[in-house]
Design a protein around this ligand. Structure first.
Ligand code: ADP
Ligand code: MG
Length: 252
């Protein structure tokens, strides 16, 4: 199977804290790949290094065989590696439709056109993305007025507007009620199947992890201590020990 992303000895320390330590991660194209680990394990830092929100202390990141270490976030996004933020992508005053249209226009270099006479531009593409995430009915609502779960869908739609090949999601179901969580799980599974997206995500709910993931990497104190299929990770003694005290398989 072809690899799409690779990190080589990726390392980040903040002063004396080794947040990420020599991480070699390989993500295969088309996989849903989970990164798990207790709070403070380095998951968010790892994601920030991959998309160059943090400069690594050492190591490098390869996407589709190209060294992307130190490249600007927008350049990485244009190569097809996008990340969804924690709702910070939503334009609070635009409608659902306008928000997604905006992200499609911006990848076409036409963002300034939205408020001019070209409001109909990319109408069909926008509708397709809204259909994909199940927000077509809410198209004329203001983004800020959506439920938490629908905001996450909108955020995903905006990210998909960038037409990524690979998506990074840091705790996509944080703060969600169980039914909203499972709707997002279904949606992510659908995106993988229909759009052939590769997905790298972190998640604290192990039911979600083991339902979704093809592969799981376990971080502990900045180190990858296990990297395997879910069934093996669940049986791994070292992983169990790391979660000791916080009744396995719950992390946070
Ligand atoms: P996780 O996402 O697995 O909970 P983080 O990547 O957020 O873990 O944090 C890993 C470690 O790095 C923690 O000890 C955290 O306190 C530290 N850390 C994360 N971000 C910063 C930062 N911007 N400045 C200093 N320390 C940080
Ligand atoms: Mg985190």
């Amino acid at each position: 199977m072809a690899e799409i992303l690779r990190t080589e000895k990726l390392t980040k320390h903040f002063g004396g804290v080794m947040a990420v330590s020599g991480v070699n991660l390989v993500v295969n194209r088309g996989d849903i790949h989970a990164v798990i680990g207790p709070n403070g394990a380095g998951k968010s830092t790892l994601f920030n290094l991959i998309t160059n929100y943090f400069e690594p202390s050492a190591g490098r990141v390869l996407f589709k065989g190209q060294d992307i270490t130190g490249r600007p976030a927008h350049a990485i996004c244009r190569m097809g590696l996008a990340r969804s933020f924690q709702l910070t992508n939503i334009y609070p005053k635009l409608t659902v439709f306008e928000s997604v249209q905006m992200s499609l226009l911006s990848i076409e270099g036409l963002a300034g056109s939205l408020f001019g006479s070209t409001g109909k531009l990319l109408q069909e593409d926008t509708e397709n993305v809204l259909e994909m995430v199940g927000l077509i009915e809410q198209r004329d609502l203001i983004g800020n007025l959506l439920s938490h779960g629908d905001k996450k869908r909108l955020e995903l739609a905006i990210t998909l507007g960038n037409r990524p090949e690979m998506l990074l999601m840091d705790e996509p179901t944080a703060g969600m009620a169980p039914d909203e969580t499972w709707e997002i799980v279904d949606l992510v599974n659908k995106l993988r199947l229909e759009e052939n997206l590769t997905i790298l995500f972190t998640e604290h709910d192990m039911d979600v992890v083991f339902e979704m993931a093809d592969r799981v990497s376990v971080l502990h104190q900045g180190l990858v201590i296990c990297d395997a299929v879910p069934e093996e990770v669940q049986k791994d003694e070292m992983v169990r020990e790391c979660y000791l005290g916080s009744a396995w398989p719950v992390t946070s």
